[in-house]
Design a protein around this ligand. Structure first.
Ligand SMILES: Cc1ncc(COP(=O)(O)O)c(C=O)c1O
Length: 406
């Protein structure tokens, strides 16, 4: 018998598929309200504007829009990204500091390849973005986790760990953080902690990957924050994406970093896919130039703020006393904590049969802890669906709690 599996390389054993994708597959076509994914609300995609821009791009650029282009990214797009970053409070970028990637997921994948040798230490928030965990794991990284509270990563705890590593003669290479409107918790790092983190990077000689897909969706206008990249152009590797501020299907992300990092990324990207779609980059460049992105962001932000509020109100109404949850200041998610003895993975089939899906929180922890947690998305479902989903979920939590406590 032909054993096809025996042909598959060993490194695939280090790769994990995303639990979220698997859950999404389970819920497809069923009467389940999914709070599991992280999808933008498609109602707000600027379809008409993009139809016009796509047609204009083909006409104006002709064959150039359809031809291969340079690995670093189409010049027009990188120029617009420099301006966009400047408007967002990150001045001083240059096109040669930027490489365009196929989504920021590819940025993370390429960064893991160019930075991480097997057993290098990567420090992450606990919890953190699960696909980042998978990417770093696939190149053999060793993880260390640092807890979070409502002000983001606990930098005091980070400093303790760094001291301990130093005593043991070990040197972490990278801190990966989502400092603003974090996935999965929606919390943001305070400015004091940001300063402190940058000081620690100097003192302990590590690099910081600042993953920033959600900072344009900060709901509390009084919260002032400064991107890490705006403060440090040497140690901070910044990645962001058009996925949430324009459309994820375009698969456009980018990295802004020291030119030596960009050079290495360019080589790795050449091996991966030569370059990101020329046509899509020109569309996004035009969308930035015509102000489509800048006018799209506030509309989406308002919509997500209303959905966040609806989710928090429903949690208050239905889950008070049986769960605790984060109060997201931005982003797309609420993170929920149940009693310590409960296991949200075990509870998931009950939830699916009640018609509600979520992501079990342990997927966001590097050490398999967080079994009593779950991530809820509020960007995709409607406000009515959010209310109904939380109502269903509270029934499930109550029934499951009763079952576990016998
Ligand atoms: C923290 C974080 N980083 C990276 C990504 C990848 O996004 P994309 O590849 O669509 O840019 C996501 C997507 O949800 C995310 O939440």
């Amino acid at each position: 018998m032909l054993d096809i599996k025996s042909f598959i390389a060993e490194r695939v054993n280090l790769m994990e598929s995303s639990e979220i994708r698997e859950i999404l597959e389970l819920t497809e076509g069923k009467n389940v309200i999914s709070l599991a994914g992280g999808l933008p609300d498609p109602k707000y995609f600027p379809v008409e504007e993009l139809a016009q821009i796509s047609s204009d791009v083909i006409r104006e650029y002709g064959w150039k829009a359809l031809q291969y282009s340079v690995t670093r990214g189409v010049r027009e797009f990188r120029n617009e990204l420099v301006r966009f970053m400047e408007r967002a409070g990150i001045p001083g970028e240059r096109p040669y500091n930027i490489i365009v990637t196929s989504g920021s997921q590819q940025a993370l994948s390429l960064l893991s390849q160019i930075l991480i040798n097997p057993n290098d230490i990567v420090i992450v928030e606990k919890p953190t973005y699960l696909a980042a965990i998978n990417v770093f794991k696939s190149v053999g990284a060793k993880f260390e986790g640092v807890g979070i509270d409502e002000h983001g990563m606990k930098i005091e705890e980070l400093e303790e760990k760094l001291k301990e590593f130093r005593r043991e003669g070990k040197k972490p290479k990278v801190v990966y953080t989502i400092p603003t409107a974090q996935n999965p918790s929606g919390v943001s790092m305070s400015n004091e902690r940001r300063e402190w983190l940058l000081e620690l990077a100097e003192e302990y000689d590590f690099l910081i990957i600042e993953d920033d897909p959600y900072s344009h969706f900060m709901f509390e206008d009084h919260i002032r924050f400064e991107r890490l990249r705006a403060k440090d152009k040497y140690r901070v590797i910044y990645t962001s994406t058009m996925s949430k501020i324009l459309a994820p299907g375009l698969r456009l992300g980018w990295v802004a970093a020291h030119p030596d990092i960009i050079d290495a990324l360019e080589t790795a990207k050449q091996n991966a896919d030569l370059h990101t779609s020329t046509f899509n980059q020109l569309i996004a460049a035009e969308a930035l130039k015509r102000g489509v992105v800048d006018s799209h962001i506030p509309k989406v932000k308002e919509a997500y703020r209303a959905k966040r509020d609806a989710m928090l109100e429903s949690l208050e109404e239905y889950m008070d006393g049986v769960a605790k949850w984060t109060k997201p200041v931005g982003g797309l998610f609420v993170f929920v904590y149940l009693d310590e003895n409960l296991d949200t993975k075990e509870m998931l089939p009950m939830a699916l049969s009640e018609g509600v899906a979520y992501v079990p929180g342990s997927a966001f922890y590097i050490d398999g802890s967080g079994r009593n947690t779950m991530r809820l998305n509020f960007s995709y479902p409607s406000i009515e669906e959010i209310r109904e989903a939380i109502k269903r979920l509270s029934k499930v939590v109550r029934e499951y709690t009763a079952k576990v406590s016998g």
